[in-house]
Design a protein around this ligand. Structure first.
Ligand code: C5P
Length: 405
């Protein structure tokens, strides 16, 4: 998404200016060409050299520093910018932007650019709540700028309040989210999507469990992609290790039976259910309430396993009211054959088949490759890709094949 994009980061004079360095790093790491422009006050908090080293580009601080005769610097930068991020945005700069004032390099470039502008305010709580700032922020939103809402937390003044700059990772995620939405549109707008993710845990005793090998990454990637594409997303997850994607609601569960309960309750208000979780086929019927002690006897320890509900099959066979039901088939051999059998048995609208025999893709890996099998007999192979990109392609294919209408 960011490879080859020209991202300009505008740094204004607040104590949170140091966080802009990490944000710049994140864009550089993602493959963007980053340029930085700073106000004079920003240079009091962090030096242009920091940004020059991080971006390998000259940092702009002075409108009249015209050292190249063939261009006017701020217009040149405004024209080449694909995405502009103002971070941190002070109350002063916000006021200028809201009123079209162009009295320094930062504000002049921002007035001249036609690129999307993201504004991440950071200031004292009372400045943030001042009616003038409130008015200016409303104006910026009306003008089409995206405001990255300040967080509540410990302020530089030594007390808690709203006005804190969100962490750079959070800003990066939000900008990426809205830029992806600009790129892919919102074809899932108005749809409610229910996704399960992760391996269920079936308790043996309070400290031990049986589980399936699944990181949950594919389910989270599908939830993130659905949210980008405009859906209302409910994620039912067994793992707390992964970051909940922007805009996604999550319910944490542990066992298959807990998962079934949540899924069944949410299904009536769902349009598309995608069961990605690796659900244990069995639970431990003789689960112990206390930690089991090592037993030194010949017969060892016997676990009684009872069958878990098949959540996907339950949904596929239920009296549906227009819901689309999609499953996953992780196989190590005869992948398409087994997936086709699953499509039939579970009465799903589509099955996403994936080969998990290699450790480079699939379980726990960051990359994946799948083939979508639809109930009307289509096979849609999707090339290997990162789970995030692949998830967007999966939704696109399901829409193109009219599985989701
Ligand atoms: O039957 P199998 O586990 O191979 O099928 C995989 C698909 O079925 C996945 O979509 C998985 O989430 C779903 N499943 C389920 N409940 C089970 C077992 C699998 O929803 N008990």
């Amino acid at each position: 998404m960011w490879k080859g994009k020209n991202v300009t980061v505008f740094v204004t004079g607040g104590i949170a200016a140091f966080k802009a360095a990490t944000l710049v790093r994140l864009f550089v790491k993602a493959g963007a060409n980053v340029e930085v422009a700073m106000t004079k006050s920003a240079c009091e908090f962090i030096t242009p050299l920091t940004f020059q080293v991080l971006t390998k580009n000259k940092v702009h601080t002075d409108t009249f520093d015209e050292d190249e005769a063939d261009r006017v610097q701020h217009i040149h930068l405004a024209d080449k910018t694909d995405v502009a991020v103002v971070v941190p945005a002070t109350a002063n700069t916000i006021a200028k932007l809201a009123n079209g004032i162009a009295d320094n390099f930062v504000t002049s470039t921002l007035l001249a650019t036609t690129a999307p502008i993201y504004v991440a305010p950071a200031m004292n709580e009372h400045m943030w709540e001042n009616p003038a700032t409130v008015r200016n922020v409303v104006q910026l939103k009306a003008d089409g700028k995206v405001i990255i809402e300040p967080a509540t937390g410990f302020l530089a003044e030594g007390y808690n309040g709203k006005g804190r700059l969100p962490e750079p990772e959070e800003i990066f995620e939000q900008v990426t989210f809205f830029e992806s939405r600009r790129l892919y549109g919102s074809p899932l707008k108005g749809k409610s999507v229910l996704i399960t993710a992760g391996g269920t845990k079936e308790r043996i005793d309070p400290v031990r469990y049986i589980s399936n090998d699944s990181s949950g990454k594919m389910g989270y990637a599908l939830a993130k992609a659905a949210s980008i594409l405009g859906a209302e997303v409910q994620l039912v997850s067994t793992t707390k290790q992964l970051k909940v994607p922007f805009g996604v609601n999550v319910t944490y569960v542990e066992s298959a039976r807990e998962m079934e309960e949540v899924v069944t309750a949410q299904f009536p208000t769902t349009d598309v259910a995608v069961m990605v979780a690796a659900v244990s086929d069995y639970y431990v019927a003789n689960r112990s309430d206390q930690k089991i002690k090592k037993q030194h006897n010949e017969s060892g320890l016997k676990l009684e396993l009872a069958e878990n509900p098949d959540i996907l099959k339950g949904l596929g066979h239920s009296k549906k009211e227009g819901q689309v039901v999609i499953g996953f088939a992780a196989e190590t051999e005869r992948v398409l054959e087994y997936a086709a059998a699953k499509l039939e048995k579970k009465k799903a609208d589509a099955i996403i088949a994936n080969d998990v025999s290699s450790s480079k893709i699939g379980f726990n890996a960051d990359n994946h490759q799948v083939t979508i099998l639809t109930k009307d007999g289509k096979q849609l192979p999707l090339p290997e890709n990162s789970k995030d990109e692949l998830a967007l392609e999966i939704w696109k294919s399901l829409l193109d094949a009219n599985i989701i209408q």
